[in-house]
Design a protein around this ligand. Structure first.
Ligand SMILES: C[S@@+](CC[C@H](N)C(=O)[O-])C[C@H]1O[C@@H](n2cnc3c(N)ncnc32)[C@H](O)[C@@H]1O
Length: 265
């Protein structure tokens, strides 16, 4: 299959994740929004407990001392700030101003010179200079136009592009709850291999490593239930019922995700 067909499949498969309109209309909050606190905690953990997994290893080996790093879909900086000792200048792009504020606060505290750019990648790629290394972690399942996204990452990187993504769509773990509460079956694709195939079809010499996620998705059943209420469009008052159901369905403890790192020069 060529890049055009793979790109069309990626887009269609992502579109198949759309939430049925009547369920979305009754949602108490936007089920797709990124919870700031969750990503702030993830960043603080990544800073406190340095991760020697493939993403950090591939970034560190390509980033020269004092080099420039671009983090696309940075959130508060979990995929870039742990490299604080090597970074000469960090460019962080995110469509959320709140996420970028969290990143700036942490970069200031760590003494990492950083410039934030608010907006969607690749729309804002012209506002970022060429850098040594580019990272985009846990973003691509949010990107229907993956070709433009990947090509703009590639154009921005002098040395290497590194992507990290879960093996399956990040909402996949909730499929049994969707079936139970709404009678809706959730899709399976796209998966990480679909992104790898597309990057390869675009001519990038992609290499891939996979591992178990270094973090539990949730620290408690209560946390799982609160997140599930948000994501499957239920009122938070139903979280005890959701927790009970998750236990009955054998969903707790949740198995760890598999995370995939892909990179090319
Ligand atoms: C799941 S979070 C991951 C944050 C961080 N990279 C990490 O690994 O913890 C995804 C982030 O990407 C941002 N985002 C999603 N699509 C984007 C796009 N096309 N351009 C810029 N930011 C994007 C969201 O606002 C969010 O902060």
């Amino acid at each position: 299959m060529d890049a055009e067909e793979l790109a069309a499949r990626w887009r269609e498969r992502l579109e198949s994740w759309a939430i049925p309109e009547e369920i979305l209309a009754a949602a108490p909050v936007d089920p797709w929004c990124y919870p700031l606190a969750r990503f702030a905690t993830r960043t603080d953990r990544a800073l406190a407990e340095p991760d020697d997994g493939p993403t950090m290893a591939r970034l560190a080996e390509a980033l020269p001392e004092g080099g420039t790093l671009l983090d696309v879909g940075s959130g508060p900086g979990a995929a870039s700030l742990p490299l604080r000792d090597r970074i000469g200048h960090l460019w962080a792009v995110d469509s959320s101003a709140e996420m970028l504020e969290e990143l700036s606060a942490r970069a200031d505290k760590l003494g990492v010179p950083a410039t934030t750019v608010e907006g969607r990648w690749p729309d804002v790629s012209g506002r970022v200079p060429e850098v040594d290394v580019v990272v985009a972690a846990h973003v691509v399942y949010n990107v229907p136009d993956l070709v433009d996204f990947l090509q703009a990452l590639d154009r921005s990187a002098r040395r290497r592009v590194v992507l990290e993504l879960p093996h399956r769509h990040p909402m996949s773990w909730m499929a049994p709850l969707w079936r139970h509460f709404h009678g809706v079956d959730r899709p399976v694709r796209p998966v990480a291999e679909d992104c790898v195939a597309l990057a390869a079809a675009l001519g990038f010499a992609v290499r891939v490593e996979e591992r178990e996620a270094p973090l539990e998705r949730f620290d408690s059943l209560g946390e799982l239930a609160a997140s599930a209420c948000h994501r499957i469009c239920l009122d938070p008052s139903r979280s005890e019922e959701v927790a009970r159901t998750a236990l009955e369905l054998g969903m707790w403890p949740l198995p760890r995700d598999r995370w995939v790192t892909l990179w090319w020069e």
